[in-house]
Design a protein around this ligand. Structure first.
Ligand SMILES: [Zn+2]
Length: 246
């Protein structure tokens, strides 16, 4: 499968063609043939909107998991809130993407209660930011302990729980690579329930190599910074020449 918006649209279509209902973490029924669409937002929010429109146009809902602790985007900023509004308007849920690395210190032993406590703390914060209940969590860079522990988090659905990993066939495009052929998994009809993780970050109008895509993101940051600074410093262009921003 290519990493293009069209290919993602085709993926949704082939789910329908193979009689999968598109459900979320709260409304799937054990008896149904269904797929849950999940998105982790690791680096930038913008491309999530394009994904959410594709899904809306196909009557498909999904869950977008956002980080509170990212160095790449600020979920409390005005532009982020605009993105969240768009995602919700298009019928989707916003969940918490939790990076436990943020809480690990040195050789301190992994502690289930400590992880759960911090997930709840972040979920509460995100709720305040988006002004809506946060009902689901996914993990960013989970440790083996977290993966193995089947964490039960009061008030939150853990998308990494055994329920969604053992009873569903899980496939993901992590590192811009499908470890298994997702199209084949859908069309083979081998599984009653699918749990599909895609990162909108990897997708474009036309397919790029991972190297090109990452360089474009990194090198494009300067222009983005210029624009943000321009919103914060009056007459920025009297101080620096925009043409010198590479
Ligand atoms: Zn992640």
């Amino acid at each position: 499968m290519q990493f293009t918006f069209r290919a993602y649209d085709n993926l949704i279509c082939s789910l329908y063609e193979n009689d999968y209902l598109i459900k979320d973490y709260h409304d799937y029924d054990e008896s149904e043939k269904c797929a849950i669409l999940r998105h982790d937002i690791d680096y930038e929010l913008d491309r999530a909107v394009e994904f959410s429109v594709i899904e809306r146009d196909r009557n498909a809902k999904s869950t977008y998991f956002v980080l509170l602790t990212s160095d790449f985007y600020n979920p409390a900023s005005k532009s982020s809130l605009k993105v969240f509004d768009e995602l919700r308007k298009n019928g989707h849920e916003i969940g918490l993407h939790f990076d436990e690395v943020r809480y690990s210190s040195g050789n301190a032993e992994w502690c289930e209660d400590y992880i759960i406590e911090n997930i709840q703390k972040e979920a509460e914060l995100l709720e305040k930011i988006i002004d809506e209940p946060v009902k689901t969590v996914s993990m960013h860079r989970p440790s083996k302990n977290t993966l193995d522990s089947n964490l039960e988090i009061p008030g939150l659905v853990n998308s990494y729980s055994k329920e969604f990993f053992k009873k569903f066939k899980y496939v993901s495009d992590s590192r811009m690579r499908w470890r298994e052929d997702v199209q084949h998994i859908i069309s083979s009809n081998e599984y009653e329930r699918l749990h599909i993780l895609t990162h909108p970050f990897w997708y474009k109008d036309s397919s790029l190599s991972i190297e090109k895509l990452l360089l474009e993101f990194i090198n494009g940051a300067n222009k983005k910074r210029f624009n943000i600074m321009n919103d914060n410093i009056t007459d920025l262009e009297s101080l620096i020449d925009k043409n010198n921003v590479e």
